[in-house]
Design a protein around this ligand. Structure first.
Ligand SMILES: [Zn+2]
Length: 268
């Protein structure tokens, strides 16, 4: 089957950190200031959110939601939490998770298994770290918290378990969050809602590590959605101007989910 690109939905947003967030960097070797757990940084030393981290988290949230309605969803139910991936073409064609987030090892499939969703890296908006915040930071852009590993049975700290964890502080914002959604067939327009549902679920969950300790609450701000058809690309008409935005007033994941029918009408 031949799939040609019908168009691209482009979702732009900012991401605000509501509670200290830790997306881990490389461990060992490049420890800065004796930190045990450092955050991932861009080449200029500022924390950033790798697109792969955000994309993977959104996938895992949708996987959990789908699994709640389908006992056969996990590939290996014995080993939870596990990853879902369709093994059969008949399942894949109905599976929003694999269609949107991608799938591996599909040599024997006869349908196109092009990944719909691309998530870009997003970078710290330096101006979100105010002078007042900076006065309380241990490092230039981040804070350092002492964390203990707790013995789950006795509830006491394990000896020698005090670790220093670097976190992006509450109030920090990441700019240029961008999710690109490729539409290859009409049905892709319907399943786009899953991207907004995943974003909504993320706001009730956490991004990065140590979520069980309250780390990593985040919220999307100022969401803008654009729609570029393949003709727009052929005509060079792809500037993301506000007058081409298709989600006026729908600037949060919840509003986009609740009004998805309205948004879908614009994908023409
Ligand atoms: Zn699947």
């Amino acid at each position: 089957m031949d799939f040609k690109l019908l168009g691209k939905g482009i979702i732009k947003a900012e991401l605000e950190v509501l509670t200290g967030m830790r997306i881990g960097g490389a461990t060992g070797g490049l420890k800065i200031g004796g930190l045990d757990l450092n955050v991932i940084t861009d080449p200029t030393g500022k924390p950033y959110i790798p697109g792969s981290s955000l994309k993977g988290k959104l996938r895992s949230l949708i996987e959990r939601k789908e699994a709640a309605n389908n006992p056969n969803f996990w590939n290996d139910p014995e080993e939870k939490p596990t990853r879902h991936m369709c093994k059969e073409e008949k399942d894949y064609v109905k599976c929003p998770v694999c269609k949107i987030w991608g799938i591996l090892g599909t040599d024997k499939f006869t349908v196109s298994t092009l990944t719909r969703l691309i998530v870009c890296d997003s970078y710290l908006d330096e101006s979100s770290i105010t002078e007042e915040m900076r006065a309380n930071l241990e490092l230039k852009w981040t804070e350092v918290k002492f964390e203990t590993a707790i013995n789950r049975i006795t509830g006491t700290a394990l000896s020698g378990s005090l670790r220093q964890a670097e976190r992006v502080p509450a109030g920090a914002r990441f700019k240029d969050v961008e999710l690109i959604y490729n539409i290859y067939e009409e049905g892709d327009k319907d399943i786009l809602v899953n991207v907004f549902i995943a974003m909504e679920l993320l706001e009730q969950d956490y991004l990065g590590g140590m979520g069980s300790r309250g780390y990593g609450r985040v919220a999307f701000r100022n969401i803008e959605v654009y729609w570029n058809t393949h003709q727009d690309y052929e005509q060079g008409n792809v500037e993301l101007r506000l007058d081409r935005m298709i989600n006026p007033g729908l600037d949060t994941p919840s509003k986009l989910v609740a009004n998805f029918a309205f948004l879908k009408e614009k994908l023409k």
